[in-house]
Design a protein around this ligand. Structure first.
Ligand code: F6R
Length: 244
């Protein structure tokens, strides 16, 4: 895993945006895997700014998001659909038909999981998957204990994840208990992975990722087995981490 050290959140976001812009300019029909959460927000802001100022086009780009809350329709302001439209898609020239997120309201969620995998395959797989990491090591909504073999599936959210995500809701009671997420096997099939990590709250997770065992009890550890991972992490996240 290649580690790029950033000074702080803003610097991490700048490096990540430049990284992705370069990928899109080199391959305008790239398939991107995208994430929600606080970590990629600064990156998305910079992609929008670059689109406005330099005209980097997303007309041919296809995107697949990692996850969606079960029971939330795209119209729900707390859905990941809404998050992605508000914070990126609405502000660049990507055609809506190129945008994919799992549906949290599909009548048959098992079928939706299967279909999501198939749609990714049909697009030729994900070229670059952007990831954030939970402080318990989750990637996507793959909580500790998830099989490394799992493909897109329904998960019960860990209480710590519900608590961490409550900041986006008026009340923790509104945070769903279930989500649909790309599995670890889905993520690992991506040709390339870009993991962003920022802040002191991710420092322990960063240590485990770099120094710990590859084990299902810490989902992000699987990234040690992928041949093309770039991590952009800031000083707080990297503090005391033995970068091997
Ligand atoms: C988001 C996702 C999650 C987040 C993780 C970190 O689509 O799948 O794995 O990346 O929970 O969240 P933040 O960035 O808010 O710390």
């Amino acid at each position: 895993m290649r580690i790029i050290q950033a000074n702080d959140y803003e610097h991490m976001s700048e490096l990540a945006a430049n990284y992705l812009i370069d990928k899109v300019q080199t391959n305008p029909a790239i398939v991107l895997g995208l994430a929600t959460g606080g970590t990629p927000l600064g990156t998305y802001k910079r992609l929008i700014k670059d689109y406005e100022q330099n005209g980097t086009s997303y007309k041919k780009v296809t995107t697949y998001n990692l996850d969606e809350y079960v029971g939330f329709s795209p119209e729900n302001p707390n859905s990941y659909h809404a998050f992605m439209y508000d914070n990126l898609f609405e502000k660049i020239d990507i055609p809506p038909t190129n945008i994919h997120l799992p549906s949290g309201t599909a009548l048959d969620l098992v079928e939706e999981c299967k279909g999501y995998e198939e749609r990714i395959e049909e697009a030729g797989g994900i070229d670059v998957q952007l990831l954030g990491m939970g402080s318990n090591g989750h990637i996507g909504f793959n909580e500790p204990g998830t099989s490394f073999q799992a493909t897109t599936h329904i998960v019960e959210l860990a209480q710590s994840t519900r608590e961490a995500n409550a900041r986006f809701f008026d009340d923790i009671k509104e945070v769903p208990y279930q989500a649909i997420t790309m599995g670890i096997a889905t993520i690992m099939k991506s040709k390339e992975i870009l993991l962003l990590v920022s802040g002191e709250s991710k420092n322990d997770a960063m240590k485990k990722l770099m120094e710990g065992e590859v084990d299902e009890s810490f989902p992000a550890s699987v990234l040690n087995k992928h041949s093309h991972v770039t991590i952009i992490a800031d000083k707080e996240a990297l503090s005391g981490v033995n970068v091997r």
